[in-house]
Design a protein around this ligand. Structure first.
Ligand code: SF4
Ligand code: SF4
Ligand code: SF4
Length: 236
């Protein structure tokens, strides 16, 4: 939590006040998922993809989104019985990366229209469905893994990390991909539970270019804009 009492002039200035004072605002909402050329996408028109959009200006790094996500997608079980409302944030599909100077970057699947993760999968497409071991579900537009066909080569995770957000984490034992956003079946819990309104569930045009960036790249740009520093200390 970074919000400070801005009345204590000269001591603690809240991040939001600081950002306002230097004239940088909501434009950065688009930065992570869409790159610097934010104008290259639109919120209307067909065909569409739905996704979770982050406003980095509003995020305080409280990590409520991780808790909400894991409670929905990776519920905790004891002796095979699920505990309602409890999950392990370590396995959330959205992860908050904290940096020094103070920048928090929630990282979630950017729903890339051109799916470099799927393209990297070496498994031959199924003759009937056309699906590799990793595929985009045409109903929800989310990325899925067919664990029966997956050989655990980790190529999808490497492609995502190299080219986009790096949200796909291979299972440490099997190498099969995990942590792809499910959009919670159309009711994103992270969006619903974020106490600061930093997350939105939006429609984006599928035929426009929008590419996610890794949290380090986003944080470095935000730190430059917010604090005017060329020096970037990396992860806290
Ligand atoms: S719940 Fe909202 S404010 Fe808290 S870390 Fe997640 S996105 Fe940021
Ligand atoms: S780990 Fe599985 S899904 Fe990912 S590229 Fe390899 S075979 Fe495809
Ligand atoms: S939409 Fe659901 S699965 Fe996706 S990051 Fe948010 S809580 Fe997790």
């Amino acid at each position: 939590m970074k919000e400070a009492d801005s009345s204590q002039e000269g001591t603690d200035l809240s991040r939001r006040d600081f950002i306002k004072s230097v004239g940088i605002g909501g434009g950065l909402v688009l930065f992570g998922q869409f790159g610097i050329n934010a104008a290259a996408w639109a919120l209307a028109g067909d065909p569409v993809l739905k996704m979770v959009l982050v406003d980095y200006v509003k995020c305080t790094g409280c990590r409520t989104c991780e808790t909400a996500c894991s409670a929905r997608n990776k519920p905790t079980s004891i002796k095979g019985k699920e505990l309602p409302g409890l999950g392990n944030p370590l396995f959330a599909n959205i992860r908050v990366h904290s940096f020094n100077p103070d920048v928090d970057v929630p990282n979630v699947c950017a729903m890339c229209a051109d799916t470099p993760c799927v393209n990297a999968c070496p498994v031959t497409p199924d003759r009937k469905t056309g699906r590799r071991a990793l595929y985009r579900d045409q109903a929800t537009h989310t990325i899925h893994n067919d664990s029966n066909r997956c050989i655990g080569c980790r190529s999808c995770a490497k492609a995502c990390a190299a080219e986009r957000t790096g949200v796909i984490i291979p299972n440490s034992v099997t190498g099969k991909p995990e942590r792809m956003c499910t959009l919670c079946g159309g009711d994103p819990q992270c969006v619903k539970r974020c106490p600061f309104g930093a997350l939105s569930y939006v429609e984006v045009r599928r035929d426009r270019k929008f590419y996610g960036l890794g949290p380090e790249k986003i944080a470095a740009e935000l730190a430059k804009g917010w604090y005017g520093t060329a020096e970037f200390g990396g992860m806290k």
